[in-house]
Design a protein around this ligand. Structure first.
Ligand SMILES: [Cu+2]
Length: 241
């Protein structure tokens, strides 16, 4: 009699243990909002007079030249910051995340970089494309890794590059001084870029305690601790002063 009841207890204990991992592994998500306090930065018109081909790229059928604005400090009337990089700065432990084979792209289009800000994983290929009828020279100002510096004199040219270490890398064109892009390189997939309402979402984040970082080319960096619970959505708000 006694032996039988012990066996029953053991049996139910094993069932519980087997069920725990599936519950605990439900991934969560992080919704971030990035704001700027104080005066709204002004957006300036870029002077492309140095290269008639660039002006031509923005000339419409009726001969009017479309104005192109600077992209370094895009803030809405409500203070929402676009093009800030939100990312997991700490808390992932030693887990390794292999580079995706999916290529990201950086286009030179109308003598501007598109996108202006992007994130990529270490080892993930980035295709640099020239969509313009003019010469561009793409130059990375990397400090923690191999920099690249090459010309793309013709429309349609493409070249793949990659990054070896985590860093925020500035990219510039040596021909057109107004051209700049920023690339956030991470050794994990947990990063996102804020849209025009200052919002960014990091998906598929395993439950845990994290330090979340935000980086913006003009406003600097900030961080905050966040707990992601099983299958739940956490929110975080950053305000640059
Ligand atoms: Cu250029």
């Amino acid at each position: 009699m006694k032996l039988r009841s012990q066996l029953v207890v053991m049996g139910s204990a094993m069932l519980i243990l087997a069920a725990v991992p599936t519950i605990a592994r439900a991934e969560g998500k992080l919704k971030a909002t990035v704001k700027k306090a104080g005066e709204r930065p002004r957006r300036l018109v870029i002077d492309m007079a140095a290269d008639p081909n660039c002006i031509k790229a923005h000339t419409e059928a009726d001969g009017k030249v479309k104005k192109v604005g600077t992209e370094n400090a895009l803030v809405s009337k409500e203070g929402e910051v676009m093009n800030a990089i939100v990312y997991v700065k700490d808390g992932l432990g030693d887990k390794e995340y292999p580079a995706p084979s999916e290529k990201k792209t950086l286009e030179q289009k109308g003598c501007m970089y598109d996108p202006h800000v992007l994130t990529i994983q270490v080892g993930q290929p980035l295709t640099v494309i020239n969509d313009d009828e003019t010469l561009h020279n793409i130059h990375s100002f990397a400090k923690k890794q191999r920099a690249f510096n090459f010309a793309q004199p013709q429309k349609g040219m493409e070249k793949d590059v990659d990054f070896q270490r985590e860093e925020f890398v500035l990219v510039k064109c040596d021909v057109h001084p107004w051209m700049s892009a920023h690339i956030g390189v991470f050794n994990h997939p947990f990063s996102a870029i804020t849209d025009k309402s200052g919002a960014a979402t990091i998906e598929n984040l395993p439950p845990g305690e994290y330090t979340i970082g935000v980086w913006h080319e003009e406003f600097g960096e900030k961080e905050q601790k966040v707990t992601i619970k099983d299958g739940e959505e956490a929110t975080v708000e950053f305000t640059f002063e």
